[in-house]
Ligand binder design. Structure first.
Ligand code: HAM
Length: 436
């Protein structure tokens, strides 16, 4: 029996055509976050299991973690997210690192999910985080940066940033509805599943938790309120923080009700968020999932000692981003990775072919050879298949004159060029890689 060529369920192979899209996306990300002075970091794929058990939340730990026992009987987890690693690394050098710490990373992450559109078992995730500084100023920077990131991809007009605050949600569940922390968590889950399970099952679920009709009415009002209504309805730190955050963002051109909206339904699945939480949505109906999300975490770094450094950040997945770029036709036309194909009609031509190839590579050009002898016609076909822009052909008459033929496969034009002048051929100097 032969082995399957399929990758493991929920993972992807990156053939060169996919890889160049992936690399292009990462380069855009790097350029956008570097403009804000964020520095790149990375950590190991394996971390102690307890790192996630402490704070990431029940769903990730009990249902989604890939884990293994190493030969020394240590229980290790394959990273499902980057934030705990970031907190560990920051805590490890907390006194040396200049604050605020502005870091980014693009790790591959593993979650045991039921694969579906936008959800896979392995994905790459841009993580952008700032630790230290004034909390609200940092929240405002991260949100503005998230918006600018979409701008770098040309997609800022078709997305909406939705923001909420965990303190407001906690206040509503605890003080307004009088729910215990456990009941509040169950209500969040019921709300999250509501659209999927239907009104009847949702209602039964709330009954089971002990949320009566009057509380349910309060929930309906709360979860359908805009920010002006919430300001009248609730008074707590969460509302004050949101009010100030909207003012700061307005100064950066991110207007409430326009580029950013308040959405009381944004809660985020991870346990460690303590303040501002947000998600960025694609506004087109084909792509309804949140493209990325994040928030403020006050107590993560403190897990590693008596530290009180607060952070805020987000994670943006490559799967949802690529769908977004495809849906909105925002991917560029990629140019070929080959500039020149140096042919090999006879083995006697090899020394010359190699000299020419070496000469052109020194000029920065991307040059390939066929690695086998072939006729004029077959090598021309091969050069076309490899998407070379130019092909160098050796023909007896020209060789006798100390020259070769250079054919431009885009225009079909063919010219005779002296061998010693090949490096300064006009046509090559127009290529982007020339002298780079
Ligand atoms: P998260 O919401 O779990 O947050 O993931 C962030 C983003 O990663 C999602 O919005 C989505 O784009 C992508 N993503 C997550 N899981 C998958 C999956 N199975 N398949 C494809 N894409 C996925 C976090 O992980 C936080 N640690 C982010 C953060 C950084 N918060 C503060 N700093």
């Amino acid at each position: 029996m032969s082995l399957s060529t399929q990758p493991y369920k929920g993972t992807r192979d990156f053939y060169p055509a996919d890889m160049r899209i992936q690399q292009w996306m990462f380069n855009q990300m790097r350029a956008a976050v570097s403009r804000y002075g964020y520095q790149e970091y990375d950590g190991p794929m394996l971390e102690p299991f307890e790192l996630y058990a402490a704070k990431s939340g029940e769903e990730i730990v009990n249902q989604q973690l890939y884990w293994l026992m190493d030969r020394g009987e240590r229980k290790m987890a394959v990273r499902p997210e980057m934030t705990p690693t970031l907190a560990r690394m920051v805590a490890g050098k907390i006194h040396e690192l200049p604050k605020p710490i502005r870091w980014f990373s693009i790790p591959n992450l593993w979650r045991y999910e039921r694969p579906q559109r936008g959800r896979l078992r392995e994905h790459w995730q841009l993580n952008v985080d700032v630790l230290g500084g004034d909390r609200l100023l940092a929240d405002a920077e991260i949100l503005k940066l998230a918006f600018d990131l979409m701008k770098a991809f040309g997609g800022e007009k078709v997305v909406s940033l939705r923001v909420n605050n965990r303190k407001l949600i906690d206040h509503f569940f605890k003080n307004t509805l009088g729910l215990s922390a456990e009941a509040a968590l169950q209500v969040t889950k019921a709300l999250d599943a509501r659209a999927k399970i239907g009104e009847e099952a949702y209602s039964e679920w709330l009954n089971k938790i002990g949320v009566d009709v009057s509380k349910r009415d309060q929930m309906e009002t709360f979860f359908h309120s805009d920010f002006a209504a919430i300001q009248k309805l609730v008074s707590c730190d969460g509302v004050t923080e949101l009010t100030q955050l909207f003012e700061l963002l307005e100064q950066s051109g991110i207007r409430q009700g326009k580029e950013i909206t308040f959405d009381p339904m944004i809660m985020r699945g991870l346990d460690y968020y303590t303040g501002t939480v947000f998600e960025l949505y694609d506004t087109s109906p084909e792509n309804r999932r949140a493209m990325f999300g994040g928030g403020r975490y006050d107590n993560l770094v403190g897990l590693f000692g008596n530290h009180t450094l607060s952070g805020v950040g987000f994670g943006m997945g490559d799967v949802t981003l690529r769908h977004f770029l495809e849906t909105h036709k925002l991917l560029p036309e990629f140019e070929s990775s080959t500039d020149v194909f140096v042919s090999l009609p006879k083995i006697e031509n090899r020394a010359l072919a190699e000299t020419i190839a070496a000469n052109l590579r020194e000029k920065g050009l991307r040059v390939i050879t066929p690695l086998e002898v072939g006729s004029f016609g077959s090598q021309l076909k091969l050069a076309t298949k490899h998407e070379a822009r130019f092909v160098i052909l050796f023909a007896e008459t020209e060789l006798e004159r100390g020259a070769v033929l250079v054919k431009d496969l885009k225009t079909g034009q063919q010219v005779e060029v002296k061998i010693e002048e090949i490096g300064s051929f006009q046509g090559f100097s127009l290529l982007r890689s020339f002298n780079h």
